[in-house]
Design a protein around this ligand. Sequence first.
Ligand code: ATP
Length: 271
Amino acid sequence: ARAQAMEIAEKPTVTYEDIGGLESQIQEVREAVEDPLVNPEKFETVGIEPPTGVLLHGPPGTGKTMMAKAVANRTDATFIKMAGSELVQKFIGEGARLVRDLFELAAEREPAIIFIDEIDAIASKRTESKTSGDAEVQRTMMQLLSEMDGFDQRGDISIIAATNRFDMLDRAILRPGRFDRLIEVPEPDAGGRKQILSIHTRRMQLDAGVDLERIADDTDGFSGAEIESLATEAGMFAIREGRTEVANEDFEAALEKIEDEESPGTPIAFY
Ligand code: ATP
């Protein structure tokens, strides 16, 4: 059962080139996570400690997990993933021990990158209710903090956490020496959406009439994940029409379908 909450992943195949937009965020992650693992002498020479924890925060589906994977891909570090939500939902009563095991495993396999997704599940502000579940979650968080505080003797371990509930986080986890590098991963702007579209259509045959810039303009508010499903939907429409090239009308139909699904009963916004 423990393996499900904490898994040593194969070296991820995602690279920085697979990520659209987010240039400055990628740069920051590289400096905070990749450099300490690949070029530790840079930090030694300057005489500073590399960051311990990096927190990626922003709306769902914007590329946070991709960034963690891409960094891991560039290093030879062991990539260990843990889902905060699983810790508290599936492994009630075991959270603190799993966190301890997680850091032990990382120390055995260093250099290592620990990726904790949905960290808000174990590190939210204390709620009013005092149920036993909350106390359990609290213990899990305290264990995480104490592991991070005892960290500099541990060697080559980087921790990346992700959340789309930054507002809910207990500020204790953001103190120096803990998750003190905050990187905001926002929804893509039009330029970012165009890049994401190019990435997710690069293996598709596009009709000459397809204008990715126009589609990027028409998808204000879409996350990277939503743009990916738009491209897939467009491909589905082409298949349904018996075509091998995906045309502009397929993207229009896909856009309409996704907008209908997202706002049932509410008027569709005009772009
Ligand atoms: P969550 O907060 O829901 O876990 P996340 O920010 O971690 O989301 P990812 O898992 O990185 O999101 O993205 C989901 C999928 O959406 C990716 O596998 C990818 O196909 C697509 N995607 C998201 N953002 C981007 C991006 N910036 N560039 C290219 N593809 C993207």
